[in-house]
Design a protein around this ligand. Structure first.
Ligand code: RB5
Length: 148
């Protein structure tokens, strides 16, 4: 299992927390940065990581900014990406179970490190349920094609 990680400057510390948790779960982590506190624009980091997931070069992604909102909006512009902002284990479980989300978005200014570990565990321990949810995810893919 391989995950790609990225954050802007406002998500740098929480990205480190996420990376450590993923490593402790024996997941290979490809951290695309940012690695310094200099301001970077969240659409740029979100795009690079989301494209890695969309190309199938990572199983999933974790994106972090101040709120998780900016990176999720940007990542969801990339075809094939289903990015979900999660602030609870329940949301992380449902994002995997029902939405087959492939990018987890976190907000460092919103969610503390302990809770983020729970969110990651819930995400990692849950698989897509398929069935009626597959039909709905297929409709999301169809929406993307309409915009081509
Ligand atoms: C950066 O100040 C902040 O706007 C960004 O990290 C994010 O929260 C945007 O959604």
């Amino acid at each position: 299992m391989r995950y790609v990680l990225a954050s802007d400057h406002a998500g740098l510390a929480l990205k480190e927390v996420a990376a450590r948790r993923l490593c402790s779960r024996k997941i290979d982590v490809d951290d695309l940065g940012t690695h310094a506190g200099e301001p970077v624009d969240y659409p740029d980091v979100a795009e690079v990581a989301a494209r890695v997931v969309a190309r199938g070069e990572a199983d999933a992604g974790v994106l972090v900014c101040g709120t998780g909102i900016g990176v999720s909006i940007a990542a969801n512009k990339i075809p094939g990406i289903r990015a979900a902002v999660c602030r609870s284990g329940y949301e992380a479980r449902m994002a995997r179970l029902h939405n087959d989300a492939n990018v987890l978005c976190l907000g460092e200014r919103v969610t503390g490190p302990g809770l983020v570990e729970d969110i990651l565990d819930a995400w990692l321990d849950t698989s897509f349920e398929g069935g009626r949810h597959q039909r709905r995810v297929d409709k999301i893919r169809a929406l993307e094609k309409q915009e081509d």
